[in-house]
Design a protein around this ligand. Structure first.
Ligand code: GH3
Ligand code: MG
Ligand code: MG
Ligand code: MG
Length: 331
């Protein structure tokens, strides 16, 4: 007596699809009779050894019974061929041989067989071995399938995450980089510039009299103006590492790695001119159109400094640009 619950018979046993490869019809008949009346067993056979591989691909058996002596082929070669076929590689093969021979058995296992039975096998033992090998194979298939589905859903999740990460870095109105992305990028570029001892430059750009623009044309028109300004700024950038971001309401920041103050001032001037050339009507402005004021800063970061210093310098320059009449660059 043991405490363990005795194994329950499978209520709905998995299908056992047997393929017998044997040239002798008398053997085929004998096995067919042994397997008859078993609702879980489906019986297929092929007598032409040369057709074994093609038939196996068609039938997709869960277990193969393979005779060793089939005219025209060598059973061992057929087993080797199963093992090289991607569709059959893992299908269990039971050698069915007339000979009880240890060397033959060993050779069978060496070329990839999973079991060995001597003809004619006992019916009960045959059924047990067919079910045992078939169940192991089917559960491996199911497990592989589950792993594959898991891998696919993980890949899908990663794609969705990547898309979300991208979205989380973008400004909802203008579609350019947002403040979060700018903060991350300036921190990374700061470290890089410190190591390379190259200058890092920054433009702070602010639309002139934008409150009046909204007042005159309405908030939706203001939104459109912000989108056009953002697009124009991105269009001014030349290098892949340059980054234009929406820094605040109507303020944009442009980060320029490996760029000195002269290069940054030149780019700032081309940004300013480009906005002017857009020629967006601004009824509230003295000049009658949308313009941009830009403060420029450039430093070679030292180890005891922070990006906040670069921002403060650019902000001061921007303030000066506003104080001196707007629509200008101060470096
Ligand atoms: P200055 O030339 O000194 O920069 O004047 P300004 O009017 O541009 O500056 P101020 O900071 O007084 O006003 C900024 C305006 O920008 C006020 C705010 O309503 C507007 N603004 C900020 N974000 C948005 C936005 O997303 N859409 C719209 N339409 N307007 C915005
Ligand atoms: Mg034979
Ligand atoms: Mg402002
Ligand atoms: Mg402004």
């Amino acid at each position: 007596m043991t405490d363990a619950t005795p194994p329950q018979p499978n209520e709905q046993a998995a299908k056992v699809r047997v393929l017998l490869v044997d040239d002798q019809l008398i053997i085929v008949e004998a096995l067919r009779r042994m397997l008859a009346g078993q609702p879980d067993i489906e019986f297929h056979y092929v007598t032409d050894g040369a057709r074994a591989l093609a038939t196996a691909r068609e039938v997709a058996p869960t277990v193969i019974l393979q005779d060793l002596v089939v005219p025209g082929t060598d059973g061992f070669d057929v087993i080797r061929a199963y093992r090289e076929d991607p569709a059959l590689r893992h299908v269990p093969v039971i050698v069915l041989s007339a000979r009880e021979d240890a060397k033959l058995k060993a050779h069978g296992f060496a070329v990839g067989a999973n079991d060995y039975l001597v003809k004619l096998p006992d019916r009960i033992e045959l059924l047990a071995r067919l079910r045992y090998h078939s169940a192991g194979y089917v559960s491996r298939l199911e497990r592989n399938d589950a792993f594959r589905r898991l891998a696919e859903s993980q890949a899908e999740l990663e794609r969705a995450n990547a898309a979300l990460r991208k979205l989380a870095a973008l400004d909802g109105l203008t579609g350019i980089a947002n403040r979060r992305r700018f903060d991350e990028t300036i921190a990374a570029e700061w470290q890089r510039a410190m190591r390379s001892k190259m200058p890092l430059s920054l433009l702070l750009c602010d639309i002139d009299n934008f409150k009046l623009y909204n007042d005159a044309l309405g908030h939706p028109a203001g939104d459109l103006c912000l989108q056009q300004t953002a697009g124009a700024l991105v269009g001014c950038l030349k290098r892949p590492a340059d980054l234009a971001a929406r820094y605040g309401g109507e303020e944009f920041a442009v980060l320029l790695p490996d760029t000195n103050i002269d290069g940054a001032a030149r780019l700032a001037e081309s940004c300013r001119a480009r906005i002017e050339r857009l020629g967006l009507d601004h009824p509230g402005a003295e000049c009658g159109m949308v313009t941009l004021s830009i403060g420029v800063a450039s430093v070679v970061p030292a180890s005891d400094s922070t990006p906040a210093e670069l921002l403060a310098i650019a902000d001061k320059a921007l303030y000066a640009a506003k104080a001196r009449g707007r629509n200008r660059v101060i470096a």
